[in-house]
Design a protein around this ligand. Structure first.
Ligand code: SF4
Length: 316
């Protein structure tokens, strides 16, 4: 069994209009020290999937295996020992930091509140270590979040996530709010930390170009479902699902000699409330047939390790 696995994981929400299928039968498998990239447009359920993985949302059904234990059915008391081992880095570091606390207090907070540390000297030492690990200069310790740029604020988010020595971190769009040059610094930092500490990541993003360099495996999600899943290199070399192809075509090519035409996605995401038994991408897919509009495609292995949910692979 892999270090982290989900089996047929579902997260549904009751709404006045019906049942919202935010995460629908998603199964993943991540080896220790590796990264699964989860890609899709906003509203595809990728953040809900991340939050369900660390039980910020209780799963509707399915299994979440972490280090050999199915944590999905555990109540708050039984889950407590796992809370520190699984952490999250959020998209908007500014919104996730209390503006009244200085950097040192923000980094010390998880140590005292969740880690139960009381000794002031020990806390100060650990805060120094964490600031050093994420590349925050000690002189910034008494600054407040509004005095720092986005990259430094995200470094605080990373330090807070690392405070309790987690083994598994869910990174939810950790670089989307940052300038491109700063994105690269944070991605490098996450990769260095992964190497040093053997961390396992789920890296959630809407940006294929970001995930390309950090993920070992990639899962493309559309309206709560996995539509394509395989090794990162294989996905970029042999993209099969029409939705993944459209996402990939939107990546800018840094050469005037190569021309890539973006494949326009028609229309909007359809509603994930009471979805019909059909391909959920059919309303936007240029290759949709009657079968696509009346039968849900299964996620099937088309070549070794490469899973796709589409009726027309091989024809299009
Ligand atoms: Fe397009 Fe049909 Fe494949 Fe869905 S099943 S992605 S509608 S071709």
């Amino acid at each position: 069994m892999a270090f982290v696995e989900t089996k047929q994981l579902k997260k549904y929400f009751k709404t006045p209009g019906g049942t919202l299928h935010a995460v629908d039968n998603v199964s993943i498998s991540i080896e220790k020290g590796e990264t699964l990239g989860v890609v899709g447009e906003s509203g595809c359920g990728k953040s809900t999937f991340g939050k369900t993985l660390m039980k910020l949302h209780e799963p509707t059904s399915g299994e979440i295996w972490f280090d050999g234990v199915n944590i999905a059915p555990l109540g708050p008391k039984e889950f407590k020992p796992y809370r520190s081992r699984i952490q999250m880095i959020f998209q908007d570091p500014y919104a996730s930091l209390d503006p009244r606390m200085n950097i040192r207090s923000l980094i010390a907070e998880p140590l005292t509140v969740l880690g139960g540390m009381k000794d002031k000297k020990e806390i100060a030492k650990k805060v120094d270590e964490l600031m050093n690990s994420v590349g925050l200069a000690r002189r910034l310790g008494n600054s407040y979040p509004h005095e720092l740029d986005g990259g430094r604020r995200q470094r605080i988010g990373v330090a807070r996530a690392l405070a309790l020595n987690p083994e598994f971190i869910i990174c939810d769009e950790p670089v989307s709010a940052l300038d491109v040059s700063i994105q690269a610094q944070i991605l490098n930092l996450l990769q260095d930390l992964q190497e040093e500490r053997g961390l396992t990541y789920v890296f959630i993003t809407h940006d294929m170009s970001v995930v390309k360099h950090i993920a070992n495996e990639i899962m493309v999600m559309y309206l709560g479902q996995a539509v394509e899943k395989c090794n990162s290199k294989e996905l970029f070399r042999n993209t099969l699902h029409p939705y993944s192809k459209a996402l990939l075509s939107a990546i800018p090519v840094p050469s005037i000699h190569v021309e890539r035409k973006p494949i326009p996605l028609q229309g909007e995401l359809s509603s994930p409330i009471n979805p019909k038994p059909c391909c959920r991408f059919a309303v936007r897919c240029p290759y949709a047939t009657d079968q696509c509009r009346s039968e849900e495609p299964e996620l099937r292995e088309y070549c070794p390790g490469h899973f796709v949910a589409c009726h027309r692979i091989g024809e299009i």
